[in-house]
Ligand binder design. Structure first.
Ligand code: 8X3
Length: 251
């Protein structure tokens, strides 16, 4: 049986691009996300190298079911890509919605925790496991309106760093990929509650923001190094974004 890779948040954006890419790298890909219709399309496109699992990383039961499906496939679990996450709102701390902050903590931090806990035994049992977590440049910087998201991403990176320490001596690598400005169909749209104009304005004048495939490429690279090589953390931005607030925009 082929080596298995699990990708969460696989129904769109970085997750879908990563699922497609890992299938070309020889993995059997378990594409996990909430939206079954989108997953079905993705898996049909990838072919027999993929399995769809409807999974909400904010639900313990749903994540337990994901682990069951992975076990049922029978192959070694070589790779987990913790990609599910997202931002809601761009309100200042003074008026930010507690509900939005709770959701961001749940999906980004506890989602990573739930899926990692559920799949860690299988990753370890494979004898050569890798966990790649998709963080963000928001994991190490702050910006106005980003309090809830940057707090969650800072917390997520703390979990990843802790896990790397705790797994030292065990056969599981712990890798973090931190993208900056990536233009995907949904990240900014979700952040702005579906307001397309506001979402698009984030990328105004930016000639070439990163795209999902750029991040998938780096995830695939990191995950396919020889097993003794652990890329702790990679920061990836478009050339037009030298720092969070330093973005070159053409008129
Ligand atoms: C996405 C990057 O700048 O929107 O994780 O926080 S940013």
């Amino acid at each position: 049986m082929q080596k298995i890779a699990v990708v969460t948040g696989a129904s769109s954006g970085i997750g879908a691009a990563t699922a497609r890419r890992l299938a070309t790298e020889g993995f059997h890909v378990v594409a996990a996300a909430r939206r079954a219709d989108r997953l079905a399309e993705l898996v049909a496109e990838i072919g027999p190298e993929a399995t769809a699992v409807e999974c909400d990383v904010t639900s313990d039961a749903s994540v337990a079911r994901l682990a069951e499906v992975v076990t049922g496939l029978g192959g070694p679990l070589a790779l987990l890509v913790n990609n599910a996450g997202g931002a809601r709102g761009l309100d200042p701390v003074a008026t930010g919605s507690v509900e939005d902050w709770k959701w961001m903590y749940d999906v980004n931090v506890l989602g990573t925790l739930r899926v990692t806990q559920a799949l860690l035994p299988a990753l370890e049992a494979s004898g050569a496991g890798t966990i790649v977590t998709v963080g963000s440049t928001a994991a190490f910087t702050t910006y106005e309106g980003g309090g809830g998201y940057t707090a969650a991403k800072h917390a997520q990176t703390a979990v990843v760093g802790t896990l790397r320490l705790e797994l030292c001596g065990k056969p599981v690598r712990v890798i973090e990929i931190d993208p900056g400005m990536v233009r995907t169909d949904e990240f900014s749209l979700n952040r702005f509650g579906g307001d397309r104009t506001k979402a698009d304005s984030i990328y105004d004048g930016v000639k070439e923001p990163l795209v999902a495939e750029d991040i998938a490429d780096v995830i695939a690279f990191a995950a396919t190094r020889p097993q003794h090589v652990n890329i702790d953390r990679l920061v990836i931005r478009p050339i037009a974004q030298a720092a969070q607030h330093k973005v070159h925009r053409e008129q």
